[in-house]
Design a protein around this ligand. Sequence first.
Ligand SMILES: *Cc1c(COP(=O)(O)O)cnc(C)c1O
Length: 222
Amino acid sequence: MSHIQNKIEEIKATLPKECRLIAVSKFHPSESIQEAYDAGQRIFGESRVQELVSKQAELPKDIEWHFIGHLQTNKVKQVVAIADTIHSIDSPKLLAEVERFALKAERKIKCFLQIHIAQEDTKFGFDFKECRELLESEFFSSLKSVEIVGLMGMATYTDDREMIKSEFHSLSSFFNELRETLMKDKPGFCELSMGMSDDYKLAVEEGSTYVRIGSTIFGVRQ
Ligand SMILES: *Cc1c(COP(=O)(O)O)cnc(C)c1O
């Protein structure tokens, strides 16, 4: 087994069965993705549209592509043509564009609402209030080609484990609150996307169902 394959096995062995691994392959070549694929990995995460498009063209067609990066509305069409799931819906406007192009393409796209939980201003996303407002809106009820499957969040980039844990905990609590209230009759709202290389174990402890792991598998990005 190659290094990449060993890492995937190692990580999977530590994940509870309800938590799936997204291998974040951004900035790494298609050959590395193929190695991971050969070890049985099928879910890959990309954060740049051009990379997603060119890799999808040359890799096996049963790969499930998850778009995880900030997405500009003028690139939605390309992502909707390829991605199974978008983790980074950070505005109603972006969601409306995904719906529009998914309708046109006759595709169903699963989406996560990205919630701002970190202390940094640089991270995109809704706050809790904006998220509730969206889920209460008529626009949300009118969505046909988009299914909101859950919430995504990124913790502050810090060594302070307690801080990371409390940010994941707050996202997880908010998610559970929504499942019991606004999303009560939406069984498809059941996923929590949180945890990266440095903090996925904490995320799993707080109930993550999708971890997005890049550098631990593929090495440091250039
Ligand atoms: C790059 C990226 C990851 C993976 O980060 P690693 O630290 O390399 O595991 C996860 N989520 C998002 C949104 C990313 O952009």
